[in-house]
Ligand binder design. Structure first.
Ligand SMILES: NC(=O)c1ccc[n+]([C@@H]2O[C@H](COP(=O)([O-])OP(=O)(O)OC[C@H]3O[C@@H](n4cnc5c(N)ncnc54)[C@H](O)[C@@H]3O)[C@@H](O)[C@H]2O)c1
Length: 280
């Protein structure tokens, strides 16, 4: 996608973290921004701040795990700006734990936001983008957790591996139909954002989580610390996303140091070895 000025970007999870940074970056290119987020206060604050900085922006309170809310988001986007050219399916939440310990509610919450949120975004917005006949791009936020399988975060990895393969399939499906709409998958490692506090947005009806042992709490604390110690900022990642969209690049791997872990996994599969623990 080369032409951004006056075009429309829809960014889910746009009220904070990576989504907010992408919104700021694409607004700098003169895009009109639709921020979709489930957290009303953060959404209102971000819309106000971006407006004050001169951006053309609206906020639409959206729970991306709900098909009807993503459909309503598309209608509100078209009503406000008449089209959509960039879609960032970025909203996400995290929950740790051993795969057999996670509750049904844990699985439904994390897969609902991270996997179904992307499915709904692709299902609802791609036909609109194809029908427009203009340049467009879809960026799905996965994670390096979509490329490797470390212990203690199976539920998150399942959701992010799903996003990687969904986006790879989307790439092929789009290529068979158009050369105007492209897609990318974003796979960052740790970036300091609110992801380790994503329980703040967990719906009451899916609140039943596992009993957390001292080891679970220690793992939660170490993950939080790891997220906060990330060297790249959300703005750095947003810049890499912008460059990939402009250049039509599919894989956005923001943290090259993680690549040996990805290679071990690939080699383990090809050589039919048992999985290497990427955490050593
Ligand atoms: N920060 C990292 O280290 C990291 C690494 C890899 C991938 N990611 C991914 O990046 C994406 C953005 O997360 P972040 O790190 O900016 O965290 P964040 O918590 O700062 O932002 C996530 C946003 O998603 C919103 N959200 C949560 N549930 C939602 C729902 N049901 N519907 C709509 N919006 C919802 C939140 O309100 C929040 O604004 C996520 O998909 C996350 O999994 C983050």
């Amino acid at each position: 996608m080369k032409d951004f000025q006056g075009k429309v970007a829809v960014i889910t999870g746009g009220a904070s973290g990576l989504g907010r940074a992408m919104a700021d970056r694409f607004a700098r290119e003169g895009m009109h921004i639709v921020l979709a987020d489930v957290e009303p206060d953060a959404l209102a604050r971000t819309v106000a701040e971006m407006k004050a900085a001169g951006a053309k922006v609206i906020g639409v309170r959206t729970d991306v795990s709900k098909a009807a809310e993503v459909e309503a988001l598309a209608q509100k986007t078209l009503a406000a700006f008449g089209g959509v050219h960039l879609l960032a399916n970025n909203a996400g939440v995290a929950e740790g734990g051993k795969v057999w310990d996670n509750t049904v509610a844990d699985w439904e919450w994390v897969l609902g936001v991270n996997m179904w949120g992307v499915i709904h975004g692709v299902r609802v917005f791609t036909p609109i983008m194809l029908k427009q006949g203009s340049e467009g791009h879809i960026v799905n936020t996965a994670s390096v957790a979509g490329l490797i399988s470390p212990p203690g975060m199976g539920i998150y990895c399942v959701s992010k591996h799903a996003v990687v393969t969904l986006t790879e399939c989307l790439h092929h499906d789009l290529a068979q139909q158009t050369d105007k709409v492209k897609c990318s998958v974003l796979c960052p490692a740790y970036v300091p954002t609110g992801i380790a506090d994503s329980g703040r947005n967990r719906p009451a009806e899916l609140s039943e989580t596992r009993h957390k042992t001292a080891a679970d709490l220690a793992l939660d604390a170490s993950l939080k610390k790891a997220v906060q110690s990330g060297k790249l900022s959300a703005a750095d990642v947003a810049q890499k996303v912008f460059e990939a969209v402009r250049e039509g690049r599919f894989y956005i791997l923001t943290h090259p140091k993680i690549k040996p872990s990805i290679q071990w996994r690939m080699e383990d599969i090809l050589q039919e070895r048992n999985p290497t623990n990427p955490m050593g």
